[in-house]
Design a protein around this ligand. Structure first.
Ligand SMILES: Nc1ncnc2c1ncn2[C@@H]1O[C@H](COP(=O)(O)OP(=O)(O)O)[C@@H](O)[C@H]1O
Ligand SMILES: N[C@@H](CCOP(=O)(O)O)C(=O)O
Length: 319
């Protein structure tokens, strides 16, 4: 678990009372997640999640919280941030930024089948469309400039073959990012971290996407690639499983048809998605922060995924 900031019952109760969402009945630290401090907060009126942000700043957070509000208002199933008496959805706990959002029903599907992948593909496309008129702008803070900054920091921790792979991939992605085809890709606010553990299902019904705190303006295709790399793979080998991957993209494509440049650049974005999470996992693993309970994710998983995507490019073919 990642509880970086210990929040007392009294502190949480006083925040909850300012939000007029009932009285706090229980407060439980959440045993998952690696970025922020999260607590389940049950009140006499409902079930919520209290998040204390450990890396994100008061300046960066309005983008994520207002994006969630915007999407919720448009009928996309995402947690709606709760406002205080002044209308503010960004709060302060122990001097750090904090938010209280709806707790989604259900649990994660960590072994998704074709139908789960199709549900996520469908909702991702609807979310991308709903995001098109979101007025705020913030780049994906884990995009190319961050990779360029962070690869030199993690390089000393890698063996020769890993160093060669990560450096070569960074150069490849710099070329892709400079290409006319890449610059023509549709963009908008993307989730950018829509892994299986950031989606809830109740039985087989998708109840929502959450954890928007890596969201940013980027290519919509990058979001698709991040999902495919987590939802539609054989976890041992990192190989994309054609049936699930096809179901995911077909469901997405049925709602927001992919353009020619998107179809052509999908293999490159699958590599970009693998690189992005290999870098962040290496960074978390080799340069950890203090946490009262922290379980870093395994970086070698995304090294394997990246090697797979380089060796076996995957293309979507419409039926
Ligand atoms: N809005 C929510 N609804 C239901 N569960 C949530 C919600 N937000 C967080 N959780 C639970 O908390 C866990 C950790 O949250 P997450 O956002 O992944 O943490 P972190 O921000 O540290 O990565 C999730 O796996 C989920 O079980
Ligand atoms: N999904 C990322 C880690 C980001 O943490 P999350 O708990 O916010 O999803 C990964 O798997 O590396």
């Amino acid at each position: 678990m990642a509880v970086f900031t210990e929040v007392s019952f009294g502190e949480a109760a006083s925040l909850v009372s300012r939000l007029r969402i009932g009285e706090l009945t229980t407060l439980t630290g959440i045993t998952a997640g690696i970025e922020n401090t999260n607590y389940f907060a049950d009140t006499t009126e409902g079930r919520y999640v209290l998040t204390v942000f450990e890396r994100l700043t008061f300046e960066q957070l309005p983008f994520y919280l207002h994006l969630m509000k915007h999407l919720a208002r448009k009928g996309i199933a995402v947690p709606d941030p709760k406002a205080d008496e002044t209308g503010s959805i960004l709060h302060t706990v122990q001097g750090k930024p904090a938010a209280v959002v709806d707790r989604l029903r259900g649990k994660h599907h960590m072994a998704p089948d074709v139908a789960h992948c199709a549900s996520v593909g469908d909702m991702l496309a609807r979310m991308h469309i709903a995001g098109q008129d979101f007025a705020m702008h913030q780049p994906n803070l884990r995009g190319l400039p961050w990779w360029e900054e962070t690869v030199p920091v993690v390089l000393p921790h890698l063996d020769a073959a890993q160093a060669e792979l990560i450096s070569a991939e960074l150069v490849f992605q710099q070329h892709v990012a400079a290409s006319a085809q890449y610059l023509s890709l549709p963009r908008g606010p993307i989730h950018a971290d829509l892994f299986r553990d950031n989606v809830m299902f109740e039985d087989d019904e998708l109840t929502g996407f959450f954890d928007f705190y890596f969201a940013g303006m980027d290519t919509l295709l990058f979001d698709i690639a991040v999902c495919l790399n987590d939802w539609c793979i054989d976890l041992e080998s990192g190989r994309l499983e054609d049936e699930r991957a096809h179901a995911f993209v077909a469901a997405y494509d049925a709602v927001r048809p992919l353009g020619g440049a998107e179809l052509r650049l999908l293999p490159a974005m699958l590599r970009a998605g693998a690189l992005r999470f290999w870098i962040s996992r290496l960074w978390d693993f080799h340069l950890p922060r203090d946490a009262s309970m922290l379980k870093p994710h395994d970086p070698t998983h995304f090294e394997r995924v990246l090697r797979e995507r380089v060796d076996t490019p995957w293309h979507y073919a419409r039926a």
